[in-house]
Design a protein around this ligand. Structure first.
Ligand code: RB5
Length: 155
């Protein structure tokens, strides 16, 4: 299952992504299917998407105008590794190297092949090995912040 959500700027793109994924028989959970999204705030959307990603133990797609604001907010949620991607290479590498679990897209960027970015993200596996150590260190930074202690980079 893929979790998806957008702020008011990304409603159209969100629908496009959902119908693309549905056409591939991929189950999508739209967590921002609200009647009125006038003036909503991307941090609130980020939080809803991320909580659902953690609950479903799967990946998510979060959309705002640039993808930047929502990615900043997503990355404040423990356990989330969100990445704004503007091309397929970024989507591939952030899955392979960073084990990103949220793809952030910018609805106002008018990227031509935006659906190919989505496909690349959902079809690429985390490479593990040395990258696991680095991803573990991200979790260690999160934990040190939570515990109010300095980050210790030794393993
Ligand atoms: C909303 O107008 C806009 O600020 C938001 O969608 C996003 O682009 C923020 O980074």
């Amino acid at each position: 299952m893929i979790v998806i959500g957008s702020d008011h700027t990304g409603i159209e793109l969100k629908r496009k992504v959902i119908s693309h994924l549905n056409s591939k028989e991929i189950i999508v959970k739209d967590v921002t299917d609200f009647k009125d999204q006038t003036g909503d705030d991307y941090p609130d959307i980020a939080y809803i998407v991320c909580k659902n990603v953690l609950k479903e133990k799967d990946i998510g797609i979060a959309i705002c105008g640039t993808g930047i604001g929502i990615s900043i907010a997503c990355n404040k949620v423990n356990g989330i590794r969100a990445a704004v991607c503007t091309d397929k290479y970024m989507a591939q590498m952030t899955r392979k190297d960073n084990d990103a679990n949220v793809l952030c897209l910018g609805a106002r960027l008018k990227i031509e092949n935006v659906l190919s970015i989505v496909d690349e993200f959902i079809n690429t596996e985390f490479a593990g090995e040395r990258h696991q150590r680095r991803v573990d260190k991200i979790a260690k930074i999160e934990k040190s912040q939570k515990d109010g202690v300095e980050y210790d980079n030794s393993l």
